[in-house]
Design a protein around this ligand. Structure first.
Ligand code: SF4
Length: 223
């Protein structure tokens, strides 16, 4: 997509954590959702919601999220109806309402600190009206990012994205102190096809490999 000049996309399917990781590393902007089927039961919907809450506003605000019922042939009428009941019946108005809900979630009703005093839905909000009770059961801890392989992969990709040619391994060694973790992250980028080796101990973005169209940069560093 980047080589074709696409800078913003919408996607829903599975392995969306990996998609979010690439969005964060590449500088793109995206609307993402973790798809669910009715056959997954309530766990599918909960996983979709958990993804939406965990990733919304991440990547410096470049990721917007949504619930993602997969399709009319995999999500039953009851689940689709429950979703549709939340929206106006007129299609154009429903589209505007969907965008408004996403903005509300990004700016007002945030997961960690909802700004109920400024919320236009405060009078209709059951959670607010009942005194904002804590959810039953153990609280879900947000997925850690700092110190993970995902963070290391992002740092390695950032160096390669800014470079104008192949980068020697010695330069990549500076981005992360833990040799084992850095080597593991770099190997996974090669295995995933995001990075290639034009020579031993040389690395470049996969888009710069022979036979590939040249990479199109987003932001600074490449053109
Ligand atoms: S009133 Fe309800 S919908 Fe509005 S910000 Fe608070 S929790 Fe979210």
């Amino acid at each position: 997509m980047i080589r074709a000049g696409v800078t913003c996309f919408a996607d829903h399917y599975f392995a969306m954590d990996a998609v979010a990781e690439v969005v964060a590393a590449s500088g793109m902007r995206a609307l993402l959702g973790e798809a669910y089927f009715s056959s997954q039961g309530s766990q599918g919907r909960e996983k979709s919601l958990e993804f939406a809450l965990r990733h919304r506003g991440t990547a410096g605000g470049r990721i917007t999220t949504a619930l993602a019922p997969h399709a009319p042939y995999t999500v039953n009428d009851a689940d689709l109806a429950a979703t549709a009941e939340l929206l106006p019946t007129e299609p154009a108005t429903a589209a505007v309402a969907s965008a408004a809900f996403m903005e509300l979630g990004a700016l007002i009703c945030t997961a960690r600190a909802p700004r109920c005093q400024q919320c236009p839905l405060a009078r209709q909000c059951a959670w607010h009206a009942t005194g904002q009770p804590l959810p039953p059961g153990p609280s879900r801890r947000p997925q850690r990012y700092a110190g993970t392989d995902r963070q290391v992969r992002g740092k390695l990709l950032a160096v390669l994205r800014e470079a104008t040619g192949p980068v020697p391994a010695s330069r990549l060694e500076r981005v992360w102190h833990d040799t084992v973790q850095r080597d593991r992250a770099l190997a996974s980028l090669v295995a995933d096809g995001l990075v290639w080796q034009p020579a031993p101990k040389q690395y470049a973005l996969a888009g710069d490999a022979p036979g590939e169209a040249p990479s199109v940069g987003i932001g600074s560093g490449r053109s």
